[in-house]
Design a protein around this ligand. Structure first.
Ligand code: HPA
Length: 276
């Protein structure tokens, strides 16, 4: 595994060439790949050419790594991610995060499309992820990669409170209010039954999804600082008979919110203190 991680990191290092290797990475979820259009001076590295990377098959996911500048800082963006429901192993899903760690990435921004579980949430809301509940297999199961982190990593403080504070301030300046809540992820690919949405609410969830937590767990294992955001794309808290979930609609709603999320990400990154 380590040999594969190094091989991939070396390939990316060669593609990046003389440019600065970013210390900030951004994972763009369903319908949110548009954020990549904001990246200045972009260098696009298609996943298809990257050794040991698999291909995203999910709707609304392109397959590119993009290196460039966002908010005046160097970033590495993943335009499209891998999901467990695509049939990939947890190791394949989280492989890019290991490579990022090897390349020197210290801060990870993750985004996703999610269903509202909290009854006060509306389609189009942006939710800062304050915590998560993982109902997917844990990606750290198996021999521990001691070079990256401990066998039993702490998960009491996963999402950066410092970056969350910057996000709230910047959203306020944009005239936007952010929801703050707990993201729950199951395997998918089915959307939840009504009983499952009620279960998610009962266990403390605010938004439902099928991604993000695997990458976040591995990033935490690697000691990265993490900021996560969900775009609420469907009113799964609407328990009326006419309410149905549909993947195309989820991508459409995420696309509609991508512009404001891009602006927010750009502003957060611009206001992120440069660390040593
Ligand atoms: N459930 C799970 N994943 C999702 C949802 C949902 O309601 N919306 C977008 N991704």
């Amino acid at each position: 595994m380590i040999r594969k991680i190094d091989e991939t990191a070396e390939y990316i290092r060669q593609c990046v060439g003389g440019r600065v290797m970013p210390r900030i990475a951004v994972v763009l979820g369903s319908g949110l790949g548009l954020v990549a259009d904001r990246i200045k001076n972009p260098l696009t590295i298609p996943y298809a050419g990257i050794p040991n990377f698999v291909r995203p098959t999910a709707i609304g996911h392109k397959g590119n790594l993009i290196v460039g500048s966002l908010g005046g800082k160097d970033v590495l963006a993943m335009q499209g991610r891998f999901h467990y429901y695509e049939g990939y192993t947890m190791q394949q899903v989280t492989f890019p995060v290991r490579v990022m760690a090897r390349l020197g990435v210290k801060t990870l921004f993750v985004s996703n499309a999610a269903g509202a579980v909290n009854p006060t949430y509306r389609v189009g809301d942006m939710m800062v992820i304050t915590d998560h509940i993982n109902l997917l297999p844990n990606p750290l199961i198996g021999p521990n990669m001691d070079e990256f982190g401990p066998r039993f990593p702490d998960m009491t403080t996963v999402y950066s409170t410092r970056i969350r504070q910057i996000a709230i301030e910047q959203a306020g300046l944009m005239g936007e209010t952010l929801q703050q809540g707990v993201y729950v992820a199951g395997t998918g690919p089915t959307y939840e039954t009504r009983a499952e949405y009620r279960y998610y609410a009962a266990i403390g969830g605010d938004a439902a999804g099928m991604s993000t937590i695997p990458e976040v767990i591995v990033a935490r294992h690697c000691g990265m600082e993490i900021f996560g955001m969900s775009i609420i794309t469907n009113q799964s808290n609407d328990l009326s008979e006419t309410c149905l979930n549909d993947g195309d609609d989820v991508v459409r709603q995420a696309n509609l919110a991508a512009e404001k999320m891009s602006t927010l990400f750009e502003r957060i990154i611009a206001n992120l203190p440069v660390t040593a």
